[in-house]
Design a protein around this ligand. Structure first.
Ligand code: NAP
Length: 246
C-alpha cells in the first residue's frame, strides 16, 4: 500500500495516466495529476479520485519544456515537501512511414515522449537523492521493444526511454531509488481508437492472449513498481502486452 506517499503521474487526464493516478490514489498515495492541454479532463480525474475518498491535485505542465518541469518540481516540493513516485506517462503519436515523416513530427514525438521523461527525472532526482528513496516508472511501449512499421519516431522515443531507464537505474541504485519501465502492448484508449477494424484484427492476431489490454492492466503493474513489494527490482522493462513481445 502507498499511504503517506506522494506520486506524480504525467498526462493523467485520461487513458492509461488516469487509470494509474486512480490506482495509486486507491492505494493511499496523494496524487499530482499532470496535464498539458486538457484541464477539464484532469479536473475530472481529480474528482473521480476525491469521490473515491482519495487526494489529488491537478497541475498544468508541458513535459517537453525543461523549465516548466523545473517549476513543476518546485510547486510539488512546496506543497508536499517532496515526491516519492514519479510516473512518466505523457506521450503522443505522429505516425507515418519514414519516407514521408516530417522533421517536425519526429521532433515533436521525441520531445514529448523521451525528453519529457528526462526533464522530469532531471528536476525531481535531487529530491529523491536527498531522501535516499524513490520510485521512477517510465511508460515505454512494445513498439520500443520490437519496433513498428509506421512508428519510427514513436518506437525510437520508446526504445530511448528504455535506455534512459537502465542508465538512470544504474546511477541511482546505490541511493535506494528504483527506476523501471513498463512496456504496454495494445491498450484500448484514445491513442488506439482511430485504428480501422481491419488493422485492429491484425493486431489482435499478433497477441498470444488474443485480446487487447485494459488501462487497469497497466495501472496495477505501475502500482506494484511503486510499492515496497518491488524494492529489489530496478532497471527492468516489464512488458504488459498479452505476450506480444515474447
Ligand atoms: P492518451 O489517451 O492519448 O493520453 C495521453 C496523455 O498524455 C494525455 O493525458 C495528454 O494530456 C498527455 N500529454 C501529451 N503531451 C503532453 C505534454 N507535452 N505534457 C504533458 N502531458 C502531455 O494515451 P494513452 O494511450 O493513455 O497513453 C499513455 C502512455 O502509454 C503514452 O506514453 C503512450 O505512448 C503509452 N502507451 C500506450 C499504448 C496504448 O496502446 N494505448 C501502448 C503502449 C504505450 P493533454 O491532453 O493534457 O496534453
Amino acid at each position: 500500500m502507498l499511504e503517506g506517499r506522494v506520486a506524480l503521474v504525467t498526462g493523467a487526464g485520461k487513458g492509461i495516466g488516469r487509470a494509474i493516478a486512480m490506482e495509486l490514489a486507491a492505494q493511499g498515495a496523494r496524487v499530482v495529476v499532470n496535464y498539458n492541454g486538457s484541464e477539464e479532463k484532469a479536473l475530472e480525474t481529480v474528482r473521480l479520485i476525491e469521490e473515491a475518498g482519495g487526494e489529488a491535485w491537478a497541475v498544468k505542465c508541458d513535459v517537453s519544456d525543461f523549465d516548466s518541469c523545473g517549476e513543476l518540481a518546485k510547486k510539488v516540493t512546496e506543497k508536499y515537501g517532496g515526491l516519492d513516485i514519479l510516473v512518466n506517462n505523457a506521450g503522443i503519436t505522429r505516425d507515418g512511414l519514414i519516407m514521408r515523416m516530417s522533421e517536425e513530427d519526429y521532433d515533436k514525438v521525441l520531445d514529448t515522449n523521451l525528453k519529457g521523461a528526462f526533464n522530469t527525472i532531471r528536476h525531481f532526482s535531487p529530491g529523491f537523492l536527498k531522501r535516499r528513496s524513490g520510485k521512477i516508472i517510465n511508460i515505454s511501449s512494445v513498439s520500443g521493444v520490437l519496433g513498428n512499421a509506421g512508428q519510427a519516431n514513436y518506437s525510437a522515443s520508446k526504445a530511448g526511454l528504455i535506455g534512459l531507464t537502465k542508465s538512470v537505474a544504474r546511477e541511482l541504485a546505490s541511493r535506494g531509488i528504483c527506476v523501471n519501465a513498463v512496456a504496454p502492448g495494445f491498450i484500448e484508449t484514445d491513442m488506439t481508437k482511430s485504428m480501422s477494424d481491419k488493422a485492429r484484427e491484425a493486431v489482435i492476431d499478433s497477441i498470444p492472449m488474443r485480446r487487447t489490454g485494459t488501462v487497469e492492466d497497466i495501472a496495477r503493474t505501475v502500482a506494484f513498481l511503486s510499492d515496497a513489494a518491488s524494492d529489489y527490482i530496478t532497471g527492468q522493462v516489464l512488458c504488459v502486452d498479452g505476450g506480444m513481445a515474447i
